[in-house]
Design a binder for this molecule. Structure first.
Ligand SMILES: *Cc1c(COP(=O)(O)O)cnc(C)c1O
Length: 347
């Protein structure tokens, strides 16, 4: 969370703008909260330059609920869904979709340990697939799409959880974009779904109402009580992003942050990142020390300097720096400084 957002929330925690109540105490259908959610949606639309034919849904259940929501809304009972497998989160999406119908894995980077995005020319897409699903930033592997797949007339669906709002995004090329809030949007408990109008209203009969895009769009995300405090904090985050110069502005900061970190990793053979250069994530930077036995002392020394939450995911080990929007450049430079120092003492 950006510090100014937390400070603003603290100042308004007990009494939201003279209303005499906390946002947590408001009726979600009252005038105050309606103004909060409307402003959040307006600012998000403005940030993403969202075309008018897209609905914004503020839901719950995380990205993993949407892994079921997508096939339940879009996969025709006798249809096929194409998925591109680029690592941990793609695999979760694929496994969930298989509960609901036929899945074709159109491409996979498993052959080189998920260190790249398969070139589009190699994708084996199904003609007339119900949709094509991609994970546009693999949070654990640290691989990111810097281009938009061309699926012809087939709807393109993206799990963009870990990089949405980190840079401009060509929404108009996608049918559905979904993201758990807890990376760049707000606190855990809120899920953002952006869906094009023509894909609303196709849900299967057995689709739970809370996951049905048409039900939620008609109810303005209030089929059940929405995550009110999370929506409020997301709204403050959108305002903060606008102050950063919007998505083009935050992108410049993210380029500088990721650039400094990868430059340090690549400087000598002491640290290593195996991801193809063109596909390296700006949000999640996993790396290894040349001698695996140095990982624990590296992490301990980092923690002693206040550099925390750097342990690599248990599936891959090593180190991972997740440098989301809210991480300032100074935080990344402090890590780079510690990497230099550690290499000097152990290199
Ligand atoms: C964090 C993350 C998830 C998990 O989302 P939940 O909100 O925990 O359901 C899914 N996909 C990606 C790409 C993620 O980064």
């Amino acid at each position: 969370m950006p510090l100014p957002v937390l400070e603003r929330a603290r100042s308004e925690l007990l009494d939201w703008r003279g209303s005499g109540m906390s946002v947590m105490e408001m009726s979600h259908r009252g005038a105050e909260f309606m103004s909060i959610i409307a402003k959040a949606e307006r600012d998000l639309r403005d940030l993403l330059a969202l075309p008018d034919d897209y609905r914004v849904l503020f839901l719950q259940g995380g990205a993993l609920a949407q892994n079921a929501g997508v096939p339940l809304n879009l996969l025709a009972p006798n249809g096929v869904a194409d998925y591109v497998d680029t690592g941990h989160w793609s695999q979760k999406s694929i496994a969930e979709a298989r509960k609901y119908g036929e899945v074709n894995v159109a491409a996979s980077s498993a052959d080189r340990d998920y260190t790249y995005i398969p070139d589009e020319a190699t994708w084996r897409l199904t003609p007339n697939a119900s949709y094509v699903h991609v994970t546009t930033n693999e949070t654990i592997g640290g691989v990111e799409y810097f281009w938009t797949p061309d699926t012809g007339g087939v709807p393109l669906v993206a799990d963009a959880s870990s990089h949405l709002l980190s840079r401009p995004f060509d929404v108009a090329k996608y049918g559905v974009i979904y993201a758990g809030a807890q990376k760049n949007i707000g606190p855990a408990g809120l899920t953002l779904v952006i869906v094009r109008d023509d894909l609303v209203g196709r849900a299967r009969r057995e689709c739970p109402s809370v996951l049905d895009y048409a039900v939620q769009a008609k109810a303005a995300s209030m089929f059940n009580t929405p995550a009110t405090f999370g929506i409020y904090l997301a709204g403050l985050t959108f305002e903060w992003l606008r102050e950063q110069g919007g998505l083009a502005g935050i992108e410049q900061q993210n380029i500088a942050k990721a650039g400094a970190l990868y430059a340090q990793i690549d400087r000598s053979g002491f640290y290593r990142n195996d991801v193809r250069r063109s596909d390296r994530s700006r949000m999640n930077v996993p790396f290894f020390l040349h001698d695996e036995r140095l990982t624990a002392p590296f992490l301990d020394g980092a923690a002693a300097r206040g550099l925390v939450q750097l342990k690599g995911h248990r599936a891959v080990g090593g180190v991972r720096a997740s440098i989301y929007n809210a991480m300032p450049l100074a935080g990344v430079l402090a890590l780079v400084e510690w990497m230099r120092e550690f290499e000097r003492d152990h290199g």
